[in-house]
Design a protein around this ligand. Sequence first.
Ligand code: AMP
Length: 439
Amino acid sequence: MRLLDEALAAAEHRPEPSSATFAELNLPAAMVEVLARAGIERPTAIQTLTLPDALAGRDVLGRAQTGSGKTLAFGLPMLTRLQHNRAARRAGAPRGLVLVPTRELANQVAEALTPIAGAVRMHVAVVVGGASINRQMDDLRRGVDVLVATPGRLLDLMERRAVALDAVEVAVLDEADHMADLGFLPAVTRILDATPPNRQCLLFSATLDRGVGKLVSRYLSDPAVHAAGSSATPVAQMDHRVFVVDHEQKVDVAAEIGARPARTLFFVRTKHGADRLAKQLSRVGVQSVAVHGNLNQNQRVRALDAFTSGRSRVLVATDVAARGLHIDDLDVVVHFDPPADHKDYLHRSGRTARAGASGTVVSFVEPGQVNEVARLHKAASVSPLSTRVRPGHEAVREIAESGDVIDVVAESRPASVSMPARAQRPAGNRSRNSRRRSR
Ligand code: AMP
């Protein structure tokens, strides 16, 4: 464990290698083409670091921030290997396995990988809790190449003998630290024990504590260790702000910000708090939806759909509900309630400024919480500008007037925006979000 920590620390200080294009990395041409159509031509830092080792078949331990392009960092080498070792698709026996902590992340990973897998005629399926197990069993019977799963549902399917993991050639653990947080490590262990010992393992985690180090020592053999950015430093493109605001005025300030032309994501601590804030905002004309652990899968998808389509401009989320949530073009995140610790602060904040875009992160702090939140910001290595505000304050108005007007998509659209959706956007559109409108 100490050795791993040291390896990660060393990896953090290694200079970044200069990045080749995807075409130069010897990926199958069909994959490069799909990426290019989505406007993805140059690997991100974590992709540049991990792709050569992962493509060479090595186990990889990677630390990267949310939104850094991790999905392709494991997806591309996995699909490349499966394509090279082409084997007939067997019912209930995936050759690639991706374990993730939440249903949302599972769906996002599958959405990102499906077009690339499709280009090399491979099939991706998702098995997650809260959705029909019979349908998932049907999918498995039809045969899948890559299975994206949350641990609980996968174990359930293994027990029903609907899936066997003896053909797995590449196993991926994404957000291993979140899986640990959610109590999934025993399940992950049972799952990995059911895969062949010589399969390749790619593990991504923001930290090695909370039991992740044990997984690494047990399942990764001589891993290549890579870190893109420090574990404690959020992406530079985030503008961090503190609004010190009286308890009684928080909802009014939230409503002012929520009424901005673009989408805003608010974080609260409790499920009840999420429902309450969404109702309070909607009542004053700021259409808002909430996501939290009490919703079933359909309700969550509907809420996320309303947000990504622009029909609701505000999403109010609890921490667990937002794990792995990926929404393109989200430029403001508000901590309506302070997060539990600096890691949650970074995870919440990481929902904005994804893949090189920029974003603003605002923390609402009640006067009695100033010291507590200051400690948390220090631990997260951020030094936000702090302003005492009330509704209508200049600093609030500045945020309230920022962002581009969103095009409301009338019809239903998937909860997360997949790569082909981005491909249809004109080049250069991404940076638009970062521009502030002047008052
Ligand atoms: P991830 O960290 O995998 O959730 O990726 C975050 C976002 O970055 C997604 O919208 C990806 O489509 C996008 N992305 C991933 N890799 C690249 C890349 N090399 N260039 C541009 N965008 C990318």
